[in-house]
Write a protein that binds this ligand. Structure first.
Ligand SMILES: *Cc1c(COP(=O)(O)O)cnc(C)c1O
Length: 384
């Protein structure tokens, strides 16, 4: 690899995936490195730094370098899913450990924290993380090792104050981890606000095309905690596959334009349906009526993400019927892709979910926003 970029904006770095040009061919798209094993040197060493595909891989490293730059971190570890990255962040803590997590958060990770974490030596306290006082009250001095935030958080788009939580964590010798999947590095920079590690379900916005399952952890420092996380990934074999890393790198080239468009379009959808009598409430951090708007305005830059939820006044059955009647939106789970998705969220989260049963979760893609509004409008039509 040659011709590294000079110091440039994150947009420039992402658009050129770091700016590497292949030394052998001059190719401006890096070659895909699929090898699982590497030749030893004559003197029995591995001077090139690559030994085997489970610890690392050049294509994975290239994608990690792009994300490290976008998040302003010191190092990134990519893994096979957002869940792998998130559980890796917890399993890298010295245990036994007490951790604090939000009541409103990605449901599968909450399930793991509720039902599986104990057997890994983790004691978890769930709090309403929209108020810093609640996080402060849950801290067990000397015992709490990590505060985990998700902001904005699924599926109510609850905001948590990253800088305030970072202050608390530092004061008590704990780490602050932020699931920034929805905000993306385009809208929020948790490390700059004091977080120690930022996690993404790269499956979502970072890849952006609904064709890769991947996760990431980006670390503020290459310290002991990073070393332990790298060891967990290596020992559990959680590394992302090289082909997926290549697709992810391709996806991140367009991250800034996608997120900027999706944020503008989501705001238009939110404003339109906020005035619709068939809707009880539109949940979107960009609306001044949203409980987290003040924090969002402070810690998100240039947009409020492409995610919003609407609550259907006619109730649960009508919400499910609406999701069944759309023709442009795709009725599916997940988020952050180029195609807009609609989902009756309580149906997938199941029992114990804080999700209101009349809620539809919307992931706004890259279609013309008038088509999206018209389609949801006709789907709601029957529910007056
Ligand atoms: C999807 C998602 C996850 C989990 O990621 P996977 O790639 O599905 O394992 C974690 N957090 C958030 C906010 C998500 O949306």
């Amino acid at each position: 690899m040659t011709d590294k970029l000079p110091p440039v904006h994150a947009e420039t770095f992402a658009a050129q995936a770091g700016g590497d040009v292949d030394a052998e061919t001059g190719a401006i798209v890096p070659p895909l490195h699929m090898a699982t094993t590497y030749i030893r040197d004559a003197d029995n060493a591995y001077s090139k730094g690559y030994v085997y595909g489970r610890p690392d891989n050049l294509t994975v490293r290239q994608a990690e370098a792009v994300l490290t730059r976008l998040e302003g971190g010191a190092a990134t570890l990519l893994s096979g899913s957002g869940m792998t990255s998130a559980t890796c962040a917890f399993l890298a803590l010295e245990r036994p450990a007490h951790v604090i997590a939000p009541e409103v958060m990605y449901w599968a990770l909450k399930l793991w924290l509720r039902e599986d974490a104990k057997s890994h030596g983790l004691d978890v306290t769930f709090v309403d993380a929209s108020r810093i006082e609640n996080i402060a009250a849950a801290i067990k001095p000397g015992i709490t090792k990590m505060i985990w935030l998700e902001t904005p958080a699924n599926p109510l788009w609850t905001l948590s104050d990253i800088a305030a939580a970072a202050g608390l964590a530092r004061q008590h010798g704990a780490l602050l981890a932020v699931d920034s999947t929805v905000a993306t590095p385009v809208l929020s920079q948790p490390l700059a606000l004091g977080a120690d590690v930022v996690m993404h379900a790269a499956t979502k916005y970072l890849n952006g095309h609904s064709d890769v399952v991947a996760g990431s952890l980006t670390f503020a420092r290459r310290d002991d905690y990073f070393g332990r996380a790298e060891r967990v990934r290596r020992m559990l074999g959680g590394i992302l596959g090289p082909f997926e890393a290549m697709l992810l790198m391709r996806g991140m080239r367009t991250l800034h334009v996608r997120v900027a468009h999706q944020s503008r379009a989501a705001m238009a959808v939110a404003k339109h349906f906020a005035a619709d009598p068939r809707i009880v409430e539109v949940l979107y951090p960009g609306l001044q009526t949203h409980a987290g708007h003040a924090i969002a305005a402070r810690q998100m830059r240039g947009g409020y993400s492409g995610m919003l939820s609407v609550r259907v006044k006619a109730g649960t059955a009508a919400a499910i019927r609406t999701a069944a009647q759309v023709k442009v939106w795709k009725r599916a789970t997940s988020l952050g892709g180029v195609e807009s998705l609609i989902e009756h969220r309580a149906s997938i989260e199941g029992l114990g979910s804080p999700c209101p049963p009349d809620l539809l979760r919307l992931s706004v893609g890259l279609e013309h926003v008038d088509d999206l509004i018209a389609d949801l409008d006709q789907a709601l039509g029957a529910n007056v």
